[in-house]
Design a protein around this ligand. Structure first.
Ligand SMILES: [Zn+2]
Length: 184
């Protein structure tokens, strides 16, 4: 952030009075521009015993498989955002959605949340942000080609919880230490 959105003045990093952290502060009008974590909402879309995954058409992690998810829009509920992303990335409508996994990613200041949901009539397609999409049974999941640790962990929770047919909300922290496999 370089210039103030209020007055166009130059932004400096400074610790405001009564604060303990550096903030973006306007050197001209003193407006403090707070920057806080972003929320990414998505779905674990299910049809019968299979999971709907999308192959990413955009960076980061282009060509890797993911669950449909994306940044929440202003004025949007988490559930509506998760449904919208599922429509945009997998051309699938979902129903019976329930909050399932929540992850803190403090190293990149993001929070990820996934809803477990049923794909309406099993109908899906390939959205504009995807190269491909498909329904995968547990033994067909491309574990080495998943885009993000939140996707891997959500799928692992699901296949474990499915054995008992109970799906409590699962919370996790993704540390920066986890390595992602590079594409050959
Ligand atoms: Zn200003």
């Amino acid at each position: 952030m370089k210039f103030c959105s209020e007055c166009g003045g130059q932004i400096i990093l400074a610790v405001p009075a009564d604060d303990t952290r550096e903030r973006f502060v306007c050197s001209q009008c003193a407006t403090i521009h707070y920057v806080n974590p972003k929320v990414v909402a998505g779905c674990l879309p299910l049809w019968q015993d299979r999971v709907l995954l999308c192959k990413r058409a955009i960076e980061p992690r282009k060509g890797f498989w993911t669950l449909p998810a994306g940044y929440l829009e202003n004025g949007e509920t988490m559930e509506a955002g998760a449904h919208r992303e599922t429509w945009e990335e997998a051309a699938a409508k979902v129903e019976n959605s329930n909050l399932y996994t929540v992850f803190s990613l403090p190293h990149i200041s993001q929070v990820y949340i996934f809803y477990k949901a049923d794909v309406v009539d099993g109908v899906f397609g390939v959205g504009t942000e995807s190269l491909d999409s498909g329904l995968f049974a547990e033994h067909e999941i491309p574990w080495d080609e998943l885009a993000f640790p939140v996707v891997t962990d959500t799928l692992k929770h699901y296949f474990k919880d499915r054995k008992n047919d109970t799906y409590p909300v699962r919370e996790g922290v993704i540390s920066f230490k986890r390595r992602l496999k590079k594409r050959d």
